[in-house]
Write a protein that binds this ligand. Structure first.
Ligand SMILES: *Cc1c(COP(=O)(O)O)cnc(C)c1O
Length: 395
């Protein structure tokens, strides 16, 4: 096996420079632990950015993928396969009750939702449909999803951007009401903003978005790519809010590491897309959908979801007692940690990696914690202790 230095040399020479990576070469994962090329163990409080939610190499997912891979890997969407139909039924029954479009990533799930929204708007006579989002949101990096990601859409070097997108300040109910009008096709919202540092959208803003959409006939779309699949302590985050969206998008933890996304509709939007409107060669393939069925068997369980809420509380209580922590935000096991002024979060993140704890630093003074949902109380306490040690050493 190559060591870290050799891997870094090849990466430096041959990969496009789109990512800054932590200096670790991982070779193995099991549950909440990762192991690097030198055999060092890491407690993983990031889970591949909320992807490996039921733990690395979960035996049920490994078995489902292995068994399916040995039998049939791909046939395309020109034919039927059983796992995609079972998964669509399960996703629909667990949420909005309409139809599902499968894809291979979160970005693509949002692309599908944008198409659904535009087609639905054209159906009621809107010729220049608009999508409205809040300023701090992240919806992905292809041109449609990028246009709905205001901060990244300002990168003029990637322009021109797709027209028909508007944004308003986070949680600004008046601005949202003013932005929604007869041309609005959809309001697209993360119920908790993830990439920007775990900022829950207020219930007032969600209710206002629902009302504004209802007034003009627009769709309310929740991007649940990060918040869904149990992350916040319910299968979907919207279930802990006062509103029900018309469309939700999912990906990340849906496949626990197998690339799969889904755009899930309620009855209102279920028939917007018709033959010829959308498609994907790989999407709905039997391996990814089999993996997702195994994921839902584990996550869609009241005992596990209760434990996510309890462990989230335990993690936040522990963190809030630490010197250097100004506060915490989030729901369930999706937690943003605000550090006190003057503490360099990036340095803390790098130090924690050396101490064997993986966290993410989405913003200057913020740590983001997304541990696997199968973490136990002792592992939560160990994570808090390591963060405490790192903050003490820095202070
Ligand atoms: C990660 C993420 C996306 C993009 O998903 P990809 O699989 O990276 O394309 C979109 N929206 C939210 C809220 C996300 O967290």
């Amino acid at each position: 096996m190559m060591g870290l230095a050799e891997t870094q040399t090849l990466e430096e020479r041959y990969l496009m420079r789109t990512y800054k990576r932590g200096p670790v070469d991982f070779v193995r994962g099991e549950g909440v632990y990762l192991y690097d090329v030198d055999g060092k163990e890491y407690l993983d409080f990031l889970a591949g950015i909320s992807v490996c939610s039921i733990g690395h190499c979960h035996p049920a997912v490994v078995a489902a993928v292995t068994e399916q891979t040995e039998r049939l890997m791909h046939v395309s969407n020109l034919f039927y396969t059983e796992p995609m139909t079972k998964l669509a039924q399960r996703l629909s029954h667990s949420s909005l009750g309409g139809r599902v479009f499968f894809c291979n990533s979160g970005t693509e799930a949002n692309e599908a939702a944008i198409k659904v929204a535009r087609k639905h708007a054209h159906g009621r006579g809107v010729t220049a449909p608009e999508i409205v989002s809040f300023e701090g949101e992240f919806h992905g990096r292809s041109y449609g999803a990028l246009a709905a990601t205001p901060k990244l859409a300002r990168n003029e070097a990637l322009g021109p951007m797709l027209p028909g997108f508007r944004s308003v300040p986070d949680n600004d109910v008046e601005a949202l009401r003013a932005a929604v009008g007869p041309n609005t096709a959809a309001v697209l919202i993360e119920p908790i903003q993830g990439e920007s540092g775990v900022w829950p959208t207020s219930d007032d803003a969600l209710v206002a978005a629902r009302q504004a959409c209802d007034e003009v006939g627009a769709l309310l779309i929740f991007d649940e790519i990060q918040t869904g699949i149990g992350r916040t302590g319910s299968l979907w985050a919207y279930q802990q809010t006062p509103v029900r969206p018309d469309v939700i998008t999912s990906a990340k933890a849906l496949g626990n590491g197998m690339p799969i996304g889904a755009c899930i509709t309620g009855p209102e939007a279920a028939d917007a897309l018709q033959p010829g409107d959308h498609g994907s060669t790989f999407a709905a393939g039997p391996i990814g959908t089999s993996a997702a069925l195994a994921v839902l068997d584990t996550v869609d369980d009241p005992t596990l979801l209760r434990s996510v809420r309890e462990l989230g509380g335990r993690l936040r209580t522990g963190l809030e007692e630490l010197p250097g922590v100004a506060g915490t935000r989030g729901r369930g096991l999706m937690i943003g940690v605000a550090l006190e002024d003057g503490i360099d979060a990036a340095a803390i993140g790098a130090d924690l990696l050396r101490r064997g704890l993986i966290v993410n630093v989405p913003a200057q003074s913020t740590l983001r914690l997304l541990p696997p949902l199968v973490v136990d109380g002792d592992q939560i306490d160990r994570g808090v202790a390591l963060i405490g040690e790192s903050l003490a050493a820095a202070g």
